[in-house]
Ligand binder design. Structure first.
Ligand code: NDP
Length: 287
């Protein structure tokens, strides 16, 4: 079985960004800049945000973390986003989800300017993706497409099943696979007899958010399995995915491990998106 090593692919993506960032800096007197907004004290979110900052620094980009208190009002959060939208030194904006329950993520996604949408999740970016004319793509599914391309795994003509239909993973993933000429079925929690779909697929992307939910018996021999899930499993908190990876050896054609599969690509794509937005704003992409 070919192990699709997202850590290696992410390293390559970052290496391509270093000269792009340096060239941007030379032309514009500053590096591309990402602003990350985080609300509250959620420990997982704090770790993700810190990792994003470190990743920016590693390729020469700059970032600012805007930490807002858990009790911040929607109006205050919206005001922060409006300020970042109009700040000429900010190229990309990312609001770390999930937000505390009293805040509305939809309102935030409608407010972030499409020209600064580093995460590719705003309604405008999603609309462009749906229309087949994407600007920036959502980071996790775009990272999956980069992994497939890197390993020369074309999806054209393949029967593909995406398990999960969230706005951040499942739906955009299905659109991108469709745009790459796969024949795509989306499954979800109300799908009856899920494994009858996954067993018929040449490629399965699993993004259900259920630890170790699918195993060898749910896939066709020779299938490609992409596991988007991330969970801390068991008392010692080992990371695992939605798939029982250890069962795939000798069965699947190729699969992503957890950790070291899709996860590293999400951040690498965020950096790519931010760099592209900065270049776009500076007129470095001719349309
Ligand atoms: P959501 O909880 O938003 O969506 C989960 C989706 O899976 C829903 O569409 C749900 O269906 C479906 N689902 C849930 N249970 C089942 C089931 N038993 N059978 C079939 N479908 C099911 O999760 P996300 O999309 O945000 O994330 C999915 C996973 O990916 C999580 O583990 C998350 O941590 C991980 N993740 C990893 C990232 C990375 O960088 N690697 C980035 C983002 C997420 P329904 O719509 O009917 O409720």
């Amino acid at each position: 079985m070919l192990i699709l090593n997202g850590k290696d692919v992410a390293k390559e993506v970052r290496a391509t960004l270093v000269p792009r960032v340096a060239s941007f800096k030379e032309k514009n007197g500053r590096a591309p800049h990402l602003s990350v907004v985080i609300v509250g004290e959620d420990s997982a979110s704090q770790v993700y945000v810190k990792n994003k900052k470190l990743a920016c620094e590693a390729v020469g980009m700059t970032s600012t973390i805007h930490a807002l208190p858990v009790q911040v009002s929607q109006q205050e959060l919206n005001e922060k986003i409006r300020k970042l939208n109009s700040d000429p030194l900010v190229d990309g904006i990312l609001v770390q989800f999930p937000l505390p329950k009293h805040l509305c993520a939809e309102e935030v996604l409608k407010l972030i300017s499409e020209s600064k949408d580093a995460d590719g999740l705003t309604y405008m970016s999603m609309g462009h993706l749906l229309a087949g004319n994407p600007l920036v793509n959502p980071c996790t599914p775009a990272g999956v497409m980069t992994i497939l391309r890197h390993y020369g795994l074309s999806v054209e003509g393949l029967k593909v099943v995406v398990v999960g239909r969230s706005n951040i993973v499942g739906k955009p993933m299905a659109l991108m696979l469709n745009a790459a000429n796969a024949t795509v079925t989306i499954c979800h929690s109300k799908t009856v007899n899920l494994s009858s779909y996954t067993r018929a697929a040449d490629l399965v992307v699993v993004a259900a958010g259920k630890a170790r939910m699918l195993g060898k018996e749910d896939f066709k021999q020779g299938a490609i399995i992409i596991d988007v899930g991330i969970h801390r499993d068991g008392p010692n908190g080992k990371l695992c995915g939605d798939v029982r990876f250890e069962e795939l050896q000798g069965w699947a054609k190729a699969a992503t491990p957890v950790p070291g599969g899709v996860g590293p690509m999400t951040i690498a794509t965020l950096l790519q998106n931010t760099c592209w937005l900065a270049e776009q704003k500076a007129g470095l992409h001719k349309t």
